[in-house]
Design a protein around this ligand. Structure first.
Ligand code: G3P
Length: 219
């Protein structure tokens, strides 16, 4: 399973990259705004900076919502760096744009997926990734993990190569559940990724090992 970090914060991206387990980055307009990145030139520079840190797979989201504008914006984003994956919303013009980008060899991430039917449409259009938002479904008392399971079944039934990128991950248990369900990728905040490190028995076990070593060595 690939691990992406869901942030536009360069320090957090560097920290995840340094851990040695990072396969990519996802951003969205809200995450860019959170870092205070506004204006075309700054946004472009920021995507380039992210691409300099990570090995591959930098999702950059279009703001446009009409076919012609999505194509224009997406092609400009893709031209920034071969690591860029153009992130396109699940709307009618977005599906058409994904089909176009696929025909041009441009990688896409279809975002704001909340139903199996939306994922199926994006896969048929040739999306490289679909991003089901499981946390936001959980927030409205709908089972987000069930969506991951349903999409996995559909994609496996027909052998769609589109990868399931489980998004809107809120914690380490979401990551483990997605791994059990066969999601191809998770994108998560740094806190959810580093939380995977933690277990109280690891901490107490290590403390005992170190204390026993010190005692045996007469230290
Ligand atoms: O990047 C898209 C998705 O992961 C957003 O997550 O936490 O805003 O629901 P969240």
């Amino acid at each position: 399973m690939k691990f992406f970090i869901d942030t536009a914060n360069l320090d957090q991206i560097k920290e995840a990259q340094d851990l040695g387990v990072l396969d990519g980055v996802t951003t969205n307009p809200s995450l860019m705004a959170k870092e205070g990145i506004t204006g075309d030139a700054n946004v472009t520079a920021h995507y380039k900076a992210i691409c300099d840190i990570v090995d591959d797979n930098v999702s950059a989201e279009v703001i446009a919502t009409t076919f012609d504008e999505i194509i224009k914006e997406g092609e400009a984003l893709a031209a920034l760096n071969p690591k860029i994956v153009v992130k396109v919303p699940m709307i009618k013009d977005g599906v058409k744009a994904i089909k176009y980008f696929t025909s041009k060899g441009i990688k896409t991430n279809c975002t704001l997926i909340f139903s199996p039917g939306q994922a199926l449409l994006a896969a048929k259009a040739g999306a490289t990734y679909v991003s089901p938002f499981l946390g936001r479904l959980d927030d409205i008392s709908t089972d987000g993990l069930q969506l991951i399971e349903d999409i996995r079944l559909i994609f496996d039934n027909y052998g769609y190569p589109t990868q399931i990128l489980a998004a809107s991950i809120r914690g380490p248990l979401h990551i483990v559940a997605c791994a059990k369900l066969g999601a191809d990728v998770i994108t998560a905040p740094l806190s959810a990724i580093t939380a995977l490190l933690k277990h109280p028995l690891t901490d107490s076990g290590l403390a005992t090992f170190l204390a026993d070593h010190k005692k045996a060595a007469g230290l």
